[in-house]
Design a protein around this ligand. Sequence first.
Ligand SMILES: [Mg+2]
Length: 370
Amino acid sequence: MPILKIEQVDIYKMYIPLHEPFVISLGKIENAENIIVVIRTNNGITGFGECSPYLSINGESIDTCFIVGQYLAKALKGQDPIDIKECSRRMNSTIFGNNSIKSAFDMALYDIASQYAGLPLYEFLGGKNDRSLFTDMTVSIGEPEKMAADALKYKDAGFTAIKVKLGQSKEEDVERIRQIRLAIGNDIPLRIDANQGWKVKTAIEILQALEEFKIQHCEEPIARWKFMKLKKVKDNSPIPIMADETCCDHHDAERLINLEACDSINIKLGKSGGLYNAKKIVEQADKIEMPMQVGGFMESRLGMTASAHLSLSSPNIHYCDFDTPLMFTADPVKGGIIYLPNGEVKTPVEPGLGASIDEAWLQKMEKVTI
Ligand SMILES: [Mg+2]
């Protein structure tokens, strides 16, 4: 008989307005529309998880997650939360895909398992809190002047790397980077993300035209379904190519690595289905010392805390993209990662995830209990 048992699952809808719309080539976001999953066990340990579904990336919304989450909760009720392999198997046999909502459950299970083990989550994942994590800060796609002003604002605030959303025409995108570099100078690392916005030929032209601007890497230059062409882009690009939307889970990572289609991988728990699969991506990348980034969708500090723990699990995770909580007009999270003004991220050291949602906030949210 297992010692621990899942007794109750609460699923909440959490809406938080952003200071200003976040705009990428796939569309505009004005509010974080996230799901919080709270798993309660028979011995009093409670686990928290979060996901931030994105319709055009993982095909899920806050409403689909709220419904599918109820299927998953029913499949997990009565199970041993420490047996994450079996819990994952149950979730996957309940419904295909839906990795965003699965990641919220996975996060809550890891919170429980690491609390039970008496270890901070990074240590439970095999990592050490022996280095500093720094998040970049992202500039939304828009008019070049506004983007340059935003980039300068973030540089002046102390951030150590700036990420820029691109993915439109060659003229517009090159002009954006030209004006940004003019504003911020050449010393601060600049990363770009086209969010699948370019055609293969245009991607190569743009990446070559951007060579002089010292770009650290480019995320997802072309449509995700054109992954067979990604190697061609990579081979012709002076800028390293990072797979993002193309690489959801460990199966995608294996395929991209075998195809030699990218120089690096961006891991997001909402794409992989959570930490269980993310660890498998990390294992594969570690074998060939491929650099990784850990990023997110529009999670609060709760979800980003899990991402920070994951980032400490491998020395090959070089980049963190945890800036979305800094765009929120409110912060419902208790505990969790702390941001220093220069973008340095401090990860909690107590057992478990080390983050939860404030009880007063939980009481205001639409909720279903299984
Ligand atoms: Mg990206």
